[in-house]
Design a protein around this ligand. Sequence first.
Ligand code: ZN
Length: 191
Amino acid sequence: MKDNVLKKEFSKKDVQRARNLITGNTGARTTEGIGYTKKYEHHKEGDIWEEDGRKWTIKNGLKQNVTKMDKFKKMGKLPLFCPECNTLMKKNLDKKVFPAYQKCFDCVVDYETQLKKEGKLEEFHTQLRNGHIQSAIDGYTEFMKDQMKQSNANYVTEAGDVEEWKGGKSKEELERELQEGIEYLEGLKIK
Ligand SMILES: [Zn+2]
């Protein structure tokens, strides 16, 4: 009796192992009940998790690197004092002009008045606008290159499921999209 039970168990495992070999699932456990490999990890909007030693989150349905987002947030941070006149920056207008001018609102007014006197204001505004567009191009390029890197490994669906890259956008499609995006933004520059 005992012999029979052992034989039965053994053959059952053998069958399962053979099945796994056929389906290419060689790493799977052969014991019934736990004989499956976890394929999808579920992550939803706002989750933060670690993968390959980096922190990730899902924002607007897209998988994004947390460290990189923190860096961008810091770049837009307003310092306490204006680097030009050293006065405390507290006005809403200071907050508005600082990212583009790197100085407080009063300093911007002084600076533009001076430029106007010299007849250089228009040229300055053109440079400012084109500079903004260029930084948008740089940010967009970096984002798309990141997406291309990920497109080889895995892909996060809008529902937040991590899936192997199948039927999604290929590297070539993303490359084409990137080129079109750059061309569009370049077209907005004042020549
Ligand atoms: Zn100032």
